[in-house]
Write a protein that binds this ligand. Structure first.
Ligand code: PLP
Length: 230
C-alpha cells in the first residue's frame, strides 16, 4: 500500500517537473486538469508545486475548492449552465467555456454580487466533430462587437478556448489551432474595450499540447498526462 502511494507521489511530481521543462521558454502555462481525481491526489500535485487546477463540473469543483488551500487558481473548463454560475462566482479564477452572450451576462451579474471581475474565455468550436461544443467564429465576433458588452463590467473577456478534433492527423490539429490563433489576432486588432483583453489562448491537451504550444497556446489543459488515465 505505502509503496504504491509513494510511487504515485513521485510519479505526479515527476510529470509536473516534465511539464515545467516543456513549458520553459514558452509563453504557455499549465492547467492541471484534475476532474474525477480525489482531493488527495490534488493535494499531492499541490505539494509538488501545482497552483492551477482545471475542473469540468461545478459540482466537483466547489467541494475541491473548499477542501484545498486557498492559493489555488481554479479554472472551470467544462460546459457551464447559467444556474450553476452562482456557486463558483465567489472564487473561480478563469471560466474557459463561455458559449453565449447570455452566459456572459449571468457571470457579470453573479460577479457583481461579490464585487469581483471574473476572467472569461469564449469557447470556440474548432473541431470537425459533432460532439464538441462552443461558438462559431462568427458568433464569437458577434459577442465581442455587441453593443451590450461594454456594460458587462463584472466580466473581462481575456481570450479564447478551443478543442481540436480527436485524430491522429497532426496537420489537421495544427490547422485548427492555427485558425484559432489567427482569429484571436484579428480580434485583438479589432476590439478595443476596457473589459476585453484578448491575451490568452487555451488550447492543447495531453495528446496535442506540443502542437498547441507551437501554434501560440498560452494555457494548456493537461489531465491524463499528469494524473494517469481516468
Ligand atoms: C478533460 C479535459 C481536458 C484534459 O484532457 P486530457 O486528455 O486528460 O489531458 C482538457 N480540456 C477539457 C475541456 C477537458 O474536459
Amino acid at each position: 500500500m505505502f509503496v504504491v502511494f509513494f510511487y504515485f507521489c513521485a510519479m505526479i511530481a515527476e510529470r509536473l517537473q516534465f511539464f515545467a521543462q516543456e513549458l520553459h521558454a514558452t509563453k504557455a502555462r499549465l492547467i492541471a486538469v484534475s476532474k474525477t481525481h480525489p482531493v488527495e491526489t490534488l493535494q499531492l500535485a499541490y505539494e509538488a508545486g501545482c497552483r492551477i487546477f482545471g475542473e469540468n463540473r461545478v459540482q466537483e469543483l466547489v467541494p475541491k475548492y473548499e477542501a484545498l488551500p486557498k492559493d489555488i487558481a481554479w479554472h472551470l473548463i467544462g460546459t457551464l449552465q447559467s444556474n450553476k454560475v452562482k456557486y463558483i462566482a465567489p472564487f473561480v479564477s478563469l471560466i474557459h467555456s463561455i458559449d453565449s452572450f447570455k452566459l456572459l451576462e449571468t457571470v457579470h451579474k453573479e460577479a457583481n454580487k461579490h464585487n469581483r471581475v471574473i476572467d472569461c474565455l469564449l469557447q470556440i468550436y474548432i473541431a470537425q466533430e459533432e460532439t464538441k461544443h462552443g461558438l462559431s467564429y462568427e458568433e464569437a465576433e458577434e459577442i465581442l462587437t455587441s453593443e451590450a458588452l461594454p456594460a458587462l463590467t463584472g466580466v473581462r473577456v481575456v481570450g479564447f478556448m478551443g478543442m481540436a478534433t480527436f485524430t491522429d492527423n497532426e496537420a489537421q490539429i495544427r490547422q485548427e489551432f492555427r485558425n484559432l490563433a489567427q482569429f484571436s489576432q484579428s480580434m485583438q486588432t479589432k476590439i478595443n474595450l476596457p473589459n476585453v483583453q484578448l491575451s490568452e489562448i487555451s488550447m492543447g491537451m495531453s495528446n496535442d499540447y506540443k502542437i498547441a504550444i507551437e501554434e501560440g497556446s498560452t494555457l494548456i489543459r493537461v489531465g491524463s498526462a499528469i494524473f494517469g488515465s481516468r
